[in-house]
Design a protein around this ligand. Structure first.
Ligand code: FPP
Length: 262
């Protein structure tokens, strides 16, 4: 076993993402296990064509379909898509209505395909903010795909990393105050177990499209050791070749998790 892949002990091992070991390249053990995508550029795609933004989001939903299939084909086990941020509620009411309507329609029309293709859907974020009809559609889609083992698909809606961390901190504070949790025993694993991604591996690769280079409140805690790939393509144009390019770039990276690799 090389120094680069030797398991760690002590504090360094505790701080690593679950299942991670320092490696020379990101692909020694296969493709990234978990990819997160910030899908950006629907609006610019639409305005470049003189179309309403709603049609950009509709084309974005087609790219979602292509990317899920491409991820499953590439052997990726987890895919988290940032579909609606906590901040997106501040967009004009008409756009919020278009986006939420599109997501609800997508959930209903795609659930059969997802289930057949072995794709397990989970929604993370504050789903209650979308109202009873959407909450019900989400629960039905999650239940219908719960047997899927080919790809775990998370769709982040009304999601914000800071709000998620704050909610976990409050939950822990309440338990400590109630005497059911010992503050001294709160470690990384305990904390991560109170996030909406509890039990899931951290993302290895985070992709953002459209040329913007920001994290925008996406998976703040979970992205601690992720590799970032920024692609100059508007989300509605995203396809299997773009995903393959991002994975190839990830494979060229040297992941060290803060350690020195000899
Ligand atoms: C960013 O583009 C994209 C979004 C805010 C929404 C993402 C939604 C989809 C891809 C479609 C529906 C999703 C699912 C899961 C079916 P933007 O509007 O910020 O684009 P701009 O920066 O060019 O204005």
């Amino acid at each position: 076993m090389s120094a680069a892949t030797k398991p760690l002990d002590g504090a360094a091992a505790r701080d690593l993402p679950q299942g991670a070991a320092p490696a020379r390249t990101g692909c020694e053990g296969g493709p990234p296990r978990h990819i997160g995508i910030i899908m950006d550029g629907n609006g610019r795609w639409a305005s470049a064509r003189g179309l309403p933004r709603a049609l950009g989001h509709k084309a974005g939903a087609e790219a979602v379909r292509r990317t899920i299939e491409a991820a499953a084909q590439s052997g990726v086990s987890w895919l988290t898509l940032f579909a609606f941020s906590s901040e997106n509620w501040q967009r004009p009411a008409e756009e919020v209505r278009d986006l939420t309507g599109l997501m609800r329609m997508y959930l209903r029309s795609e659930v059969g395909t997802l289930a057949r293709e072995g794709i397990r859907l989970r929604v993370i974020g504050e789903r209650e903010r979308f109202g009873a009809e959407t909450v019900q559609a989400i629960a039905a889609a999650e239940a219908a795909t719960a047997h899927g083992t080919r790809l775990n698909l998370n769709v982040a809606v009304s999601y914000g990393g800071r709000a998620e961390i704050l909610a976990a901190a409050k939950d822990i504070a309440r338990r400590v105050a109630a005497g059911t949790l010992d503050a001294e025993k709160v470690d990384m694993a305990e904390f991560a177990g109170r996030l909406s991604t509890a039990g899931m591996p951290d993302p290895d690769l985070i992709i953002r499209t459209s040329g913007e280079q920001r994290l925008s409140n996406f998976l703040l805690w979970q992205a601690a050791y992720a590799e970032f790939v920024f692609q100059d393509v508007l989300w509605p144009d995203y396809d299997a070749a773009h995903l393959a390019e991002a994975i190839a770039e990830f494979c060229r990276r040297e992941r060290r998790y803060g350690l020195r690799v000899a």
